[in-house]
Design a protein around this ligand. Structure first.
Ligand SMILES: C[S@@+](CC[C@H](N)C(=O)[O-])C[C@H]1O[C@@H](n2cnc3c(N)ncnc32)[C@H](O)[C@@H]1O
Length: 287
């Protein structure tokens, strides 16, 4: 067939190609890819469906389709993903932030505000920051919040630092390369973490979009999926202010096991929240 000549024809063509290769959501992928590649809002694809394609646009889409055929997720192809209204850069070293993680931000946010009302400012520690998603969302919402982003991956911290600059919070953001609390000193009002929590056995069977593109260090939580929570629970009391809170994202079946780990370390569960699919996803602890 001849190459599409208008934006609308290009979108239809891409949708058909994506359907043929069997991706889960060909319409959604076509919309996100096209709007991202062309740098326009999705609604423009509708409003300007008769617009003639410009030089290079079709080739750009063909190159992206080739990557999608290898199961690279659309946001990785674009190199960016929106989280909590922030446009974040991704890299090979960072997890692609997921919408469910916004629930952790939502549940931590009132505690952050409470600290700021009382003290005028708050110190936040994000363990396993990746793109910086959770911390940058909190810092963007609260000008009086100051953040420390920890990751074991120096490359992830570079991406998080780039995102802190782009979201204009770099003055309140610092990155520390550390194995959980190892290089961390002092106490924080809020500790947050979305650590790797998938069991090693399950990682191998994940969809290729996740298994082959999210970094293993961001996924693999060890034999029972709880390795990171054990380390965080061990170190948290020495790094959390007396009236501080600790919020973690968890796997759908980890509410009881993660609660037990933190309770054994002297914490009690203040709140538990479910994700958009009705699964347990967030726990908030106090000392
Ligand atoms: C599930 S990802 C979460 C990324 C980001 N916070 C988010 O929610 O999108 C877990 C992160 O923990 C980091 N990580 C894994 N092991 C670590 C360790 N021992 N110490 C510090 N960070 C670690 C990974 O590099 C990864 O960035």
């Amino acid at each position: 067939m001849s190459a599409p000549e208008t934006l609308g024809a290009l979108q239809r063509w891409l949708r058909e190609q994506l359907t043929d290769i069997g991706v889960d959501d060909p319409s959604g992928d076509a919309r996100v890819l096209l709007s991202g590649l062309l740098g326009v809002q999705p609604v423009v694809l509708l409003l300007e469906s008769q617009r003639a394609l410009q030089a290079g646009e079709f080739d750009q889409v063909v190159a992206a389709l080739e990557r999608r055929k290898r199961r690279e997720p659309v946001h990785r192809i674009l190199g960016r993903r929106e989280f909590y209204g922030l446009d974040l850069a991704l890299s090979a070293a960072t997890l692609e932030p997921r919408p469910d993680t916004e629930i952790l931000v939502d549940h931590v946010f009132p505690h952050l505000q409470r600290v700021i009302e009382r003290k005028g400012r708050a110190e936040v520690l994000d363990l396993g920051t990746g793109t910086g998603a959770i911390l940058l969302a909190l810092l963007s919402e609260c000008a009086e919040a100051f953040g420390t982003a920890v990751d074991i991956s120096a490359a992830a911290l570079e991406t998080a630092t780039e995102n802190a600059r782009a979201t204009q919070v770099a003055g309140r953001f610092r990155a520390v390369e550390s194995d959980w609390f190892e290089k961390i000193e002092g106490r924080f009002d809020i500790i947050v973490s979305n650590p790797p929590y998938i069991t090693t056995a399950v990682v191998a069977g994940l969809a290729p979009e996740v298994r082959d593109y999210d970094p293993a260090a961001a996924l693999d939580g060890g034999a029972d999926g709880l390795d990171a929570y054990r380390r965080i629970a061990e170190g948290a009391a020495a790094h959390l202010e007396e009236d501080g809170i600790l919020g973690v994202e968890i796997g759908f079946d980890q509410k009881a096991s993660v609660s037990a780990l933190f309770e054994a370390a002297g914490f009690s569960c203040l709140e538990a929240a479910k994700d958009y699919g009705g699964q347990d996803r967030v726990l908030i602890f106090t000392r």
